[in-house]
Design a protein around this ligand. Sequence first.
Ligand code: DGL
Length: 273
Amino acid sequence: MTPTIGVFDSGFGGLTVLRALIHRLPQAQYAFLGDTARLPYGSKSRRTIARYAAQSARFLVREQGAEFLVIACNTASALALDAIQDAVEVPVLGVVEPGAAAARAASRTGDVLVMATDATVQSHAYAAACSAQGLRALEKACPLLVPLVEEGWTAHPVTAEVIRIYLDEVQADAAAKGFDADTLVLGCTHYPLLRPLIEAEAPRGMNVIDSAEAAAEAAVRLFNGRAAPAASEPTAETWIRCFATDSVEKFERIGSRFLDRPVGKVDLIDLGG
Ligand code: DGL
């Protein structure tokens, strides 16, 4: 039996997590939901994010038969993991704790920087998860990066300049607070697409942690613990079904950049208000 894994994001950025999952668990079946009608989550309140995320989780479990949920969205993981766990009866994995654990494994100084959306930073979920790992974290809201990625400006000089400014600001703050950061966590679904620019602008030797990769690795550990994937051989054609609440054409067009392969047909669904 191949497990059906539900992957949820506020939009199509979470396809970076799906890409990392497929790489590690090609034999699984995937149902991906991007709540594109209500994107961005990163500027919304906890209450609203929790309501949207719980509705999306129920769709994946009840209507698509997902047996595990991976919350690819950093903002939903940071602000609504409890609400999602309450809404469904299957195991739920967010991206924040795996990202913090990967930072722990990489950091020698114990000080890390986290780039994320406004809502994620306001929640201080990364600071809490890092603190649980014995790390100090300084979080930086980078609200301009999601729209730049959605515009396709992933190698654009304007994006490089914006990243430089954000990194200068967070490093100045870090210096003022006596941080000796050697690790930078990409705490948003969209940032893995900016990794080459971020690595170019970050101080030399800084470890860059992709929370998408870290979450996929944690998912594999979770599934192997349940012995689900071991029962089947990897197949050449991984079964993926994508759903969106709006902008299906844009999802199909831009999604392949995040997934690194065509996303195929995307089904439009209505989750209500
Ligand atoms: N998926 C969100 C995240 O990872 C970014 C886009 C949004 O703001 O909804 O934080």
